[in-house]
Design a protein around this ligand. Structure first.
Ligand SMILES: Cc1cc2nc3c(=O)[nH]c(=O)nc-3n(C[C@H](O)[C@H](O)[C@H](O)COP(=O)(O)O)c2cc1C
Length: 314
């Protein structure tokens, strides 16, 4: 049985807590590795994970947040404990302090076993930020480690291979698709909103009424609604889903890119002209569909790949 204790720490206080938790686990006869969270590439060698982060301005340390995000598919399949280190007073000793911000919902997603908040530390070198002091209870951290080791033994070693983790390529593709969707979504809301607010004065966007000749529309009201609600909302919806890594986000983004492309082709046919913005947004539409489909494809391939097989470029 082997347990990973990963941490995100700026000034070493959380690292110290991770080491104390590690000592508690090791005392109980379970092998343990204590490592910085940003140094972990995959979790195949461990049976259980403890991950902790320092708190800065009500945020969990970035390395710890990224660790949960990047390894979520594997973490979901193994027992996970989470801790935070922060409060510069006795509050962590006196009561349970719940996980900050979205950490609670991330813990639910990976079905984490439990969360603990330990006190924090301010070193002499940080004194100009806050008064120096150490509120970390190392005995408590060691004891928590012993409890974790006991629970890990009860669960027993992992028997199933872990699913493939998210590859860097998939992550990059998804981030580009998200940026493109947000760009389209926000600019479509802005453009559509302007047309709805001044349906006959499209001139504010440089659109003369004569442009509507030969189209079924007398004013820019309906095109404005379509741009706002169909193009804008669909792209924002897909962008937010991609950022929050919700299910089927990439397929929503392919659809949102498709909606933008249909919108552009319809316009070009109706107006019988091709403007610079049509070309620009057509490139965005194709890139959205391409990157979102690419992210889906990477994941799909990852799921089909045999566990342990190397992924090129990772
Ligand atoms: C600028 C700053 C902001 C902080 N914000 C919080 C906070 O929001 N919540 C909290 O509980 N602790 C907060 N702390 C305390 C730290 O979490 C504490 O010092 C912790 O031990 C730092 O861990 P590290 O040494 O691993 O970086 C803050 C400390 C500093 C210097």
């Amino acid at each position: 049985m082997r347990v990973l204790v990963a941490y995100g720490s700026k000034k070493g206080g959380t690292k110290g807590l991770a080491e104390a938790i590690g000592e508690g686990i090791e005392e109980s006869g379970v092998t343990v590795d204590v490592m910085p969270a940003d140094r972990i590439d995959g979790l195949d060698q461990w049976d259980a994970v403890v991950v902790g982060g320092a708190l800065y301005a009500w945020m969990w340390h970035r390395d710890a947040r990224r660790f949960l995000k990047h390894h979520r598919r594997q973490l979901r399949e193994m027992p996970v404990w989470v801790f935070s280190s922060g409060p510069l007073d006795e509050s962590a000793e006196e009561r349970e302090i719940p996980p900050v911000g979205r950490l609670g919902s991330w813990m639910n997603k990976i079905e984490a076993k439990a969360h603990r908040t330990f006190g924090g530390r301010i070193t002499a070198e940080q004194r100009n930020e806050l008064p120096e002091g150490d509120w970390r209870n190392m005995d408590d951290a060691r004891q928590w480690g012993r409890e974790i080791a006991k629970a890990v033994r009860e669960v027993g070693p992992r028997t199933e291979p872990l699913p493939e983790q998210e590859s860097r390529r998939e992550r990059r593709l998804r981030n580009v698709a998200a940026a493109l969707c947000m760009f389209t979504g926000l600019t479509a809301l802005f453009g559509g909103g302007a047309l709805i607010l001044s349906p006959t004065g499209g001139a504010s966007l440089g659109l003369p009424m004569s442009l509507l000749e030969g189209t079924p529309f007398n004013t820019y009201l309906i095109p404005g609604f379509l741009l706002f609600f169909v193009v804008g909302v669909s792209n924002l919806f897909a962008g937010v889903r991609l950022i929050r890594r919700l299910t089927s986000a990439d397929m929503y983004a392919v659809a949102a890119g498709g909606i933008l492309a249909i919108w552009l082709v319809t316009q070009m046919v109706m107006l019988n002209t091709v403007a610079f913005l049509h070309v620009l947004y057509m490139v965005v539409a194709v890139a959205t569909m391409g990157t979102a489909f690419g992210a889906w494809w990477q994941r799909h391939r990852g799921e089909e790949r045999q566990p342990g097989e190397l992924v090129q470029g990772e």
